[in-house]
Design a protein around this ligand. Sequence first.
Ligand code: RP5
Length: 163
Amino acid sequence: MAAKIGIIMGSISDLNVMNEAKTFLIEQGIDFEIEIVSAHRTPEKMLDYARNAANKGLKVIIAAAGGAAHLPGMVAASTILPVIGVPIKSSNSIDGWDSVLSILQMPGGVPVATVALNGAKNAAILAAQILATSDDAIATKLNQYKTDLIAKVAEMNSQLKNA
Ligand code: RP5
């Protein structure tokens, strides 16, 4: 079956952060495709990717970029699929704020769901949550994930009390 989540990033240098999204989806057994697509270095490829994404079966796109981070916004401009933006603290980022604001401050009419700086894992969780609205198997996995979070905090509390 075709992947429903597409992960794109501007450079291989973003992969270190984006591996957290990959890891979450692999752990949950949720299919995804992954590709380097650069708004500035491969503008035609970016437009092709965004325009063909829905037709090939994608339901949500996670787009990561750093510095002058135009990839998520330009992809969002070219598809009606939900786009989750991951600002990366890259080598060309001054302090991370440039990446955050480039992705966050979209003009009216073209939303990008922006996660925290380097927030790749949350991007993957949010993408899975979007799929879970119409996929019971993924919903079951995410409910279990939430239950596991509760158990982890309970474990922290028992450590705290025994410290
Ligand atoms: C952005 O520029 C990429 O998404 C990356 O975060 C940053 C640096 O890219 P490289 O120069 O490392 O390829 O477009």
